[in-house]
Design a protein around this ligand. Sequence first.
Ligand code: MD6
Ligand code: FE
Length: 216
Amino acid sequence: MLDLFSDEAPWVEAIVPGAVVLRRFARDQAATLLAGIEAVAAQSPFRQMMTPGGFTMSVAMTSCGQQGWITDRQGYRYQARDPLSQHPWPPMPPEFYLLSQQAAAMAGFAQFMPDSCLINRYVPGAKMALHQDKDEQEQAAPIVSVSLGLPARFLFGGLTRSAPLHPVLLEHGDVVVWGGEARLNYHGIQPVKAGNHPLVGALRYNLTFRRSGKYE
Ligand code: MD6
Ligand code: FE
């Protein structure tokens, strides 16, 4: 089990109890991850979805794995098929799965078995409003979030919308693991600033691995 108070892993930072950043954890695999994103998007393209309230999201999304997260006028939910094609979402690349499992284990969540990976693509100016991730049935599983490309300021709150926010700058290769008592905390992403990342260009990608269905 990881000891967050030791000096042995200075690249591990606690944000709030239940949430940690593993700095640069995915950096060496960035090229593989980007190739995987491209392969997924060739089957299920990025699209800007509509919120139940009728607003088009600034972030473009796609998914891979057995389930994909979607939103439309009917609400937020997981679905086994891409609504654009009615085909199943592309399979999760094995290296995606393995990376998320290793990150979860590093943060103290053994045996993470994600059935969904939501891929978010941000252009400069895109943002994500404060929200809770509460569409998953398996609340024992953490969420693992991988950031690639341009940096972004992530805001971590508490269990109510008005709880104080902890700002954390997420950079290329950083991984956030989020679970336990922090599993339902509010969080959001501030507008991405213009810039150019040597590998990714003028974009930020975020992969969030989730267990949407109950473990057996
Ligand atoms: C993002 N992330 O980083 C949006 N949710 O682009 C999330 O909404 C998120 O990073 C739950 C846990 C980790 C996250
Ligand atoms: Fe979220």
